[in-house]
Ligand binder design. Sequence first.
Ligand code: BGC
Length: 383
Amino acid sequence: MRLAVLLGVVGMVAWLPNVSMATQATRAPFGQTGDGKTVEIVTLTNTHGMRARIMTYGASLQSLLVPDRRGKLADVVLGYDSLQGYLDRRQYFGATVGRYAIRIARGRFTLDGKTYQLTLNEAPNSLHGGVKGLDMQLWKIVDLKQGPQASVTLEYVSPDGDQGYPGTLTIRATYALSEDNQLTIAYTATTDKTTIVNLSNHTYWNLGGEGSGTVMDQRLTIAGAAITPVDAASIPTGQILSVADTPYDFRTAKPIGRDIRDGRSQQLLFGHGYDMNWVIARSETTQPRVVARVEDAQSGRVMTLLSTKPGLQFYSGNFLDGTTVGKAEHIYRQGDAFVLEPQLFPDTPNHPEFGSARLDPGQTYRNTIIYRFSVDSGNATKH
Ligand code: BGC
């Protein structure tokens, strides 16, 4: 009898930590759009204190708490405390971008002999999906799961002809948080007519915490030996340029700001800093591979980025101009964040040599992005 009770207690004790080990997922209202629709926010948490908040407006990462080397949490993504900031100004904070991320020259492309004209929101080009991209749409929560990996799946059905894109596109974004401090975003899309698609996430990161100042001292590695240079209108010229002996060489870790003032670089002048696509590979993979890594020596936070896509847009927050008052009344200034967007090369539909953005009915488009967080203990050996 006594033994049975004892075993029961031991069993419960062994069971309890498993319960608290589970990651959690909850949902709540976050505000209303101008036309009175409710925007919801989902909170995913793990037992290390990591917490991701994802809102249905733009399927956006609204905040992400990540521990530093002492376990102290900070929100490492820029944005606003409430919905209104996101509605007032389109800055793509944390947002899902598409139907075609980055630029399409003159907003025009040809598919099976037919030319399509997209809406132009950055004349003469179409940027991040056009005048009303996925970042401005209200997505639906279609699934919510608790541990071992808490997740939320959001869905948006973009109608045939939306912003000029052919085909009804059913898009899903699944954000998942694991116990080992990994946030995954898995994008999928299917269509009822042949179309083009290129989705990515536009989170502005600062590993020191949003509002903590510049990211210019944070050390970046990009696993790419070339870039696709752009013209003065930020459209790829079609060249593939080796990064050797240029400010774009991040093959070994260096502070983001080390070479950003190199006036010999026309690309840095065009972009007001880094704003270009790195060639990670010439084709995509089924298994995500490491495409970049960022380390913040002060906090010890390290973010390793994995993706299945061949391109990586690195943008050094050049157009944050001190006019945005974000979370906790923080002013965001130029260089206060970096954006890393794994995707196809920009303007691929007009550059067959870059690959293909085509999606046919019956196929599933996929982009899996993994943000893996760890800490650097601060010892001499950093790599
Ligand atoms: C692009 C920039 C653009 C920014 C807008 C980035 O993805 O590379 O050129 O200005 O998005 O936030």
